[in-house]
Write a protein of this length. Structure first.
Length: 608
């Protein structure tokens, strides 16, 4: 890992004096800081660099370090962290956000000191002010986002019993800075995130859409002489995808949910009622449950919607687009379909999917049959996980210990190390069945990856609202309750229906049972979040903020066939142990090198 606090000084010098990798060099390759104020692209490069440090992953990665999945390769930092005792250390932290997010903050802080002085639109006062406001708003929203990820990865209790966040930096560091800064409290960091989000929302449009008339332009800009074309140039649809007021509002809600979670709530200064209200504010922007996307749970396999623009995809609050590729499919298709079978869903996750009736498989009257385990299950199971006997891309995939209908197959459990499933399951979530990763017949398709989904915000509201007021209370008058949200999610999934999709006469019995018990509803909400957001790199953080056990062994399914009768026998197996220590590893470490360098930087309890 690089020596971050020393590098920051050189980042500032390089950006201000050369920026060779962003723009053509000035005469004699000797560009001074004053050039930034005359050349807007030069200054904008600082903000572009901050965007380049966005902490979002674009493939399924961290789930293999949780109870939701394993991987078929016995190498890699995440696999070692999860399976080998003592491998996750303060000087070996694959989940660290320290360097990238602090880099992003430095770029933002440097940009904020320059933005007001740059000639963004010298010929028009209105455009000049609009550019300043938008760019400043983007920067503040990004800073809140970077601190949010730093809090998830590095917030925790020190030996003095205080819940700390990270050092709060709102000014750029340079050669004269005091780098030996203490960690601010977690509560102080949260309040800075809130302040940045609020300021961003005051400067940014709620969404980037073209104004249709001069009357739609805010009065402050009209008074400066703004015209429709100029306003739309700065705040219109062409800017869609940049950080907006809506996105800043969602980031604030995410920060609040984290702060109100069991791991942080005692000293965060944020209550579940506040977190629920902030999530509700986001959802009001789409009309609450009226804006709930009826196909949002299968966004990744809805080929028509995948080709739509971001503005036309109602499930996505913020997303990242990718050009046509076959990367995820190459990594995760079964080997008979020319994939590496890399991410293997666990039996732990498969067991979390209820029966089609909505009852958990552990319920005495659920009808679950351990020797026919995939019958009458939640339809989301077959959307997300490829189970034994699934026909996929005109191929019957056999994950058991017997050949498929044609020949021996490398899809069998542990048949071909590094390619075959390690758990008896393959991944389907995020993959497209119209991709062919075969090198000689390669077919690539458009992919997207969600940064923030509306379903995530609905689940955040349900979690916080239930914790604050119970399943069916709505004291803020938002128009829906935790119960209403979970009911909508489960109805969308097709629960409480028969095999042809008709509603059961008795309805969703389990949901109604949970609606009378706050603790049961809490567990149901957490399970729905696990299912809806699986393989989107959420589970690692969720387990820790909920203070749930993180060392649950990973289980899989071994399937044998009687060659005389054809009868299948299903046996749950232990695949690998998790090496985490529940006593302290719900909080991640501060990088050891930083603690050794800076005497004021306290380490989280339990980490060396």
């Amino acid at each position: 890992m690089k020596t971050k606090n020393i590098i920051l000084y050189f980042i500032g010098i390089l950006v201000l004096c050369s920026c060779n990798d962003m723009f053509s060099p000035a005469d004699e390759n000797n560009r001074q800081e004053d050039a930034m104020y005359e050349e807007s692209k030069y200054a904008h490069g600082l903000l572009i660099y901050a965007y380049g440090r966005l902490p979002y992953l674009t493939t399924t990665q961290t789930d293999i370090a949780t109870d939701d999945a394993a991987t078929n390769t016995t190498s890699g930092s995440l696999w070692e962290m999860a399976t080998t005792e003592g491998k996750w250390k303060s000087d070996n932290d694959p989940m660290s956000q320290w360097d990238a997010c602090k880099d992003g903050i430095q770029y933002v802080n440097l940009f904020l000191t320059k933005v007001d002085k740059v000639k963004w639109a010298p010929s028009a006062a209105s455009k000049q002010q609009m550019f300043i406001d938008r760019l400043k708003g983007e920067a503040l929203g990004l800073r809140a986002l970077f601190y949010y990820y730093l809090l998830m990865a590095h917030g925790g209790y020190a030996d003095d019993g205080i819940l700390y966040g990270v050092p709060l930096l709102t000014e750029p560091e340079d050669g004269s800075s005091d780098f030996n800064q203490p960690r601010a409290t977690f509560a102080e960091c949260v309040q800075q995130c809130f302040t940045d989000c609020d300021n961003a929302m005051s400067l940014l449009p709620y969404d980037y859409v073209d104004a249709g008339s001069i009357d739609e332009i805010p009065a402050a800009y009209r008074n400066l002489g703004a015209e429709l074309s100029g306003y739309n140039l700065v705040f219109g649809a062409k800017s869609f995808g940049l950080l907006s007021g809506k996105i800043a509002e969602a980031i604030k809600a995410q920060v609040a949910l984290l702060a109100a979670s069991p791991a942080f709530r005692e000293q965060s200064g944020v209550t579940s009622a506040q977190a629920a209200t902030l999530a509700a504010n986001v959802l009001k922007g789409i009309g609450g449950l009226e804006g709930f996307d009826p196909t949002g749970n299968i966004w990744y396999k809805n080929k028509t919607k995948l080709e739509l623009s971001a503005a036309e995809m109602p499930e996505m609050l913020w997303r990242e687009d990718h050009h046509k590729n076959a990367d995820q499919e190459k990594e995760n298709f079964p080997p008979t379909l020319y994939g590496n079978g890399r991410v293997n869903p666990s039996q732990n996750l498969v067991d979390a999917f209820p029966m089609r009736s909505g009852l958990p498989i552990t319920a005495p009257n659920s009808g679950y049959d351990p020797q026919n385990p995939y019958a009458n299950r939640d339809p989301r199971l077959s959307d997300n996980v490829l189970v034994n006997g699934t026909s996929f891309r005109r191929t019957v995939v056999i994950t058991g210990n017997y050949p498929n209908e044609k020949s021996e197959t490398d899809d069998n459990l542990n048949k071909k190390p590094g390619y075959s499933t390690h758990t008896g399951y393959y991944l389907l979530k995020l993959l497209r069945d119209d991709v062919n990763p075969q090198p000689s017949s390669l077919i690539e398709q458009q992919h997207i990856y969600p940064r923030i989904r509306y379903t995530e915000i609905f689940l955040a509201y349900a979690e916080a609202a239930n914790d604050a007021w119970g399943p069916k209370a709505d004291p803020t008058g938002v128009g829906f309750t935790a119960y209403d949200v979970i009911k909508a999610i489960r109805e969308r999934a097709g629960l409480a229906t028969n095999e042809i999709g008709q509603p059961l006469a008795e309805g969703d019995v389990y949901l109604e049972e949970c609606a009378t018990d706050q603790t049961k509803m809490r567990d149901l909400i957490r399970n729905e979040r696990r299912i809806e957001l699986c393989f989107e790199n959420k589970r690692f953080w969720d387990l820790r903020r909920w203070l749930l056990p993180i060392n649950e062994p990973i289980r899989g399914m071994n399937i044998d066939r009687n060659e005389e009768t054809g009868e299948l026998t299903y046996t749950v197996i232990e695949v690998e142990k998790r090496a985490y220590d529940n006593s302290y590893q719900c909080y991640g470490p501060i990088p050891k090198g930083e603690v050794l360098k800076w005497s004021k930087l306290k380490q989280n309890k339990g980490w060396e």
